[in-house]
Design a protein around this ligand. Structure first.
Ligand SMILES: [Zn+2]
Length: 403
């Protein structure tokens, strides 16, 4: 080893050097503290408080010297359709770090939440008028995007990728902001190598594994992630699927490899008690350091990441005696499961189900999520006939499904 290599090794391993480029939990605390304060009233899509959150994010991107990549400065306005008649004025906030590289990484998180309980999605029994601060969901993810943006601007290194930092609106209404961006991109999506999504990364608990989703969307993930997590001494579990109930799904369906970081559901999930005082800022900093490590590792991969289609959520771990022949919208947040299409000559078609239907109940099982549907299917036998309660537009139907 030459002298300058030794010096370099000493520098890299010294805590002083590390601190300079390191993720700072104080910054994470500041961002979450503001976004999840009562002043912002839960950042409901289309509210003036959500607009205020967007301005906070845009100002921070500007302070960092990032390029605006919305359609009006940093903002990309769109209509968030909540049903066939009503739409809300919503906006994504988009910034770009140009490293002159061939490929780009998208780093995203949604900044909207449930507002003061008038929007659907709350698990509180009487949500109206209660501020759903959404500190973990998803001020924590936004803080992750902002702090990583600062890190990649100020670390003194030029990465082998460009970065698109994006905070989505209307995720809670069905991934509307990320869907809109993926269909109306402000950069060439064919240059995007992969997408990273943070949704609820604030409740890290020492000794408990974090979940990394999207594992199956590229064979490279299995090579680069374990050494990084090992170095961080962080336990993790994987979810192979590229589709799930958050914004990475919108990029996965465009055939872009994705990763989704998630510290897990908890008793305060989608309730007014999801507050800043329950966030583990140090833990989130550790997760973001791991993410930066993954980015650095992929920088050393010479080729574009290979994209793989993944199995449906849980399809691997469950076995069914019956199936319905439904094609589902995996990005739909419920309640109910949303039918995208119906396979020919299968029980769903025979029962009269159609694309666009919401199935709310099967037999005695209420279907709040896709997992309830999977669970219900596991209980039925071939030849059995059960009732399906279906919402079709404004109509409620009861159909008979024979397996
Ligand atoms: Zn969320």
């Amino acid at each position: 080893m030459k002298l300058h290599n030794i010096l370099l090794a000493v520098l890299i391993s010294s805590p002083l050097f590390a601190q300079k480029s390191n993720i700072n939990p104080k910054n994470i605390e500041k961002h979450i503290g503001f976004l999840a304060s009562d002043e912002l009233k839960g950042r409901g899509t289309g509210t003036k408080e959500e607009q205020k959150s967007a301005e906070y994010i845009a100002n921070y991107f500007k302070e960092l010297g990032l390029q605006p990549k919305g359609t009006n400065g940093f903002e990309q306005a769109f209509k968030a359709n909540i049903d066939t008649v009503h739409a809300l004025d919503a906006r994504n906030v988009v910034a770009y770090l140009d490293n002159g590289a061939e490929r780009t990484v998208v780093i995203g998180a949604h900044y909207d939440h449930l507002g003061d309980g008038y929007q659907r999605g709350s698990l509180d029994t009487a949500p109206k008028g209660k501020i759903h601060n959404g500190a973990d969901d998803n001020a924590s993810g936004v803080a992750g995007v902002l702090e990583l943006a600062r890190h990649f601007v100020q670390n003194g290194a030029k990465e082998a990728h460009n970065f698109l930092f994006i905070c989505f609106s209307a995720e809670e209404l069905g991934l509307l902001g990320s869907k809109y961006y993926a269909n109306n991109p402000t950069i060439d999506l064919s240059k995007v190598n992969y997408m990273l999504n943070f949704d609820m990364i604030g409740r890290f608990e020492a000794g408990k594994a974090i979940t990394i989703g999207g594992w199956g969307t590229s064979p490279t993930w299995g090579q680069v992630i374990p050494p990084v997590m090992d170095k961080q001494k962080m336990a993790f579990k994987i979810d192979s699927s590229g589709a799930g109930a958050s914004d990475h799904t919108s990029f996965y369906v465009k055939k872009i490899p994705v990763l989704f970081f998630f510290t897990g559901v908890h008793a305060d999930y989608h309730r007014p008690s999801d507050d800043t005082n329950l966030i583990n800022f140090e833990g989130e900093a550790k997760i973001l350091e791991a993410v930066a490590g993954i980015v650095e590792s992929v920088d050393k991969v010479p080729n574009r990441l290979e994209y793989r289609e993944t199995a449906m959520p849980m399809a691997r771990s469950m076995s069914f005696k019956v199936t319905m022949g439904l094609l589902l919208d995996y990005s739909f947040n419920g309640p109910g499961i949303k039918v995208d299409g119906v396979s020919k000559n299968r029980p769903a078609e025979a029962a009269g189900l159609k694309g666009g239907d919401l199935v709310l109940r099967l037999d005695k099982f209420m279907l709040n999520t896709i997992y309830d549907y999977m669970g219900a299917l596991g209980k039925f036998e071939k030849g059995q006939t059960v009732e399906a309660e279906v919402q079709r537009g404004s109509e409620k139907l009861t159909l008979k499904v024979t397996f």
